[in-house]
Design a protein around this ligand. Structure first.
Ligand SMILES: [Zn+2]
Length: 102
């Protein structure tokens, strides 16, 4: 094989290696993009939840409301007063289980 032929063959091999690398990089790119989209969605949801706190009403129709359900889920859920092991008063959310101890 001529010198040109050898060098051309090397170039072909380098290109073949890069083709494989392109597929690896494309797969990594798509995974990173999916992860970035997921993080962006979490940022957007958390930002909306943070703003929701301004509208939180701790008591509605005489019932104390779960702050966790309101801020995270945009749901008004009353908390039920219950017994505690000490002298503190406990309120428990029937939906998420959040406990407020007074
Ligand atoms: Zn709750």
């Amino acid at each position: 094989m001529s010198i040109e032929g050898v060098i051309r063959e090397e170039a072909q091999q380098i290109a073949a290696n890069l083709r494989g690398r392109i597929e690896q990089l494309r797969k990594q790119y798509l995974e990173a993009k999916a992860r970035a989209d997921e993080l962006k969605a979490q940022i957007d949801a958390a930002s909306i939840a943070v703003e929701r706190v301004a509208d939180f009403k701790p008591k509605i129709y005489g019932l104390y409301q779960c702050p966790h359900c309101w801020v995270n889920q945009n749901q008004q859920v009353p908390m039920i007063s219950g017994p505690s092991e000490n002298k503190n008063e406990i309120f428990r959310c029937s939906r998420c289980g959040h406990i407020t101890e007074i």
